[in-house]
Design a protein around this ligand. Structure first.
Ligand code: ZN
Ligand code: FE
Length: 247
């Protein structure tokens, strides 16, 4: 399995997931960059996977269906029930899985950013949409803070060697914020230095390593005694998320 990031819009990532010549695309906000990448890598696009319904993740669906032999448009049961992913064919719930080529893809419901947010997990790759970013998390739009903290707790219990492919390139800013939460955390300093170099070289900070996220991401560390400082887990998460909203 090969994962190819496709930068879209100003800071979105779509991803091609290739199994031999067959490919799925995760969160295509636009069609053109995806079509170019498919051409370049000589792939055949047969599936579209959506982590949630926001326009900057689903905008490419219709034009991709025009151009490619798309057999499945997969999103959550919640988004299917609310008919808010264009041309959705498959409705996925927590614990569901499906086959893609010879790989199994597992689904986790991770509500909070939206109520229909899901993660796709396959062969050690996590497509986390706008729930888990490198060193950050998405804004809590539709869910509650408790819900979002539980979704992130679900993701942090995946194997530590999981590769994190997230919906946006926000890493440098996220690490600057992380530094304000834990000024003495040297893992954050190292990660920030690397992320700045990576971006200056016009490279991507994805995939992140879940193991490093556990050591640096304040939204996975909210209940660590050093971060929570005596608050209960949800109160600590809420304080960090609200501080980030103002950052
Ligand atoms: Zn979103
Ligand atoms: Fe987004």
């Amino acid at each position: 399995m090969q994962v190819i990031p496709v930068p879209c819009l100003s800071d979105n990532y779509a991803y091609l997931v290739a199994q031999g010549r067959q490919a799925a695309v995760v969160d295509p906000s636009q069609a053109d960059p995806v079509l170019r990448a498919i051409d370049e890598h000589r792939l055949k696009l047969t599936e579209i996977w959506l982590t949630h319904h926001h326009w900057d993740h689903v905008g490419g669906i219709e034009p991709l269906i025009e151009e490619c032999p798309i057999a499945h448009v997969r999103g959550s049961r919640y988004d299917a029930d609310h008919q808010r992913i264009p041309r959705q064919t498959d409705a996925l719930s927590d614990g569901d899985s499906f086959e893609f080529g010879d790989a199994t893809v597992d689904i986790l419901e991770i509500p909070g950013h939206t109520l229909g947010a899901i993660a796709f997990i396959t062969e050690g790759n996590l497509f986390s949409g706008d729930t888990l970013f490198i060193a950050g998390c998405g804004r809590v739009f539709e869910g509650t803070m408790e819900m979002m903290s539980q979704s992130l707790s679900k993701l942090r219990s995946l194997p530590p060697d999981t590769k994190v492919w997230c919906g946006h390139e926000y890493t440098v800013n996220n690490l600057r914020f992380a530094k304000t939460v834990e000024p003495d955390n040297q893992e954050i300093d190292r990660a920030l230095e690397e992320a700045i170099e990576t971006r200056e070289a016009n490279r991507f900070t994805v995939p992140g390593a879940l193991e490093r996220e556990l050591a640096t991401n304040p939204f996975l560390r909210f209940d660590d005694p050093n971060v929570a400082a005596g608050q209960d887990a949800v109160a600590s998460f809420t304080a960090i998320r609200q501080a980030k909203d103002q950052f």
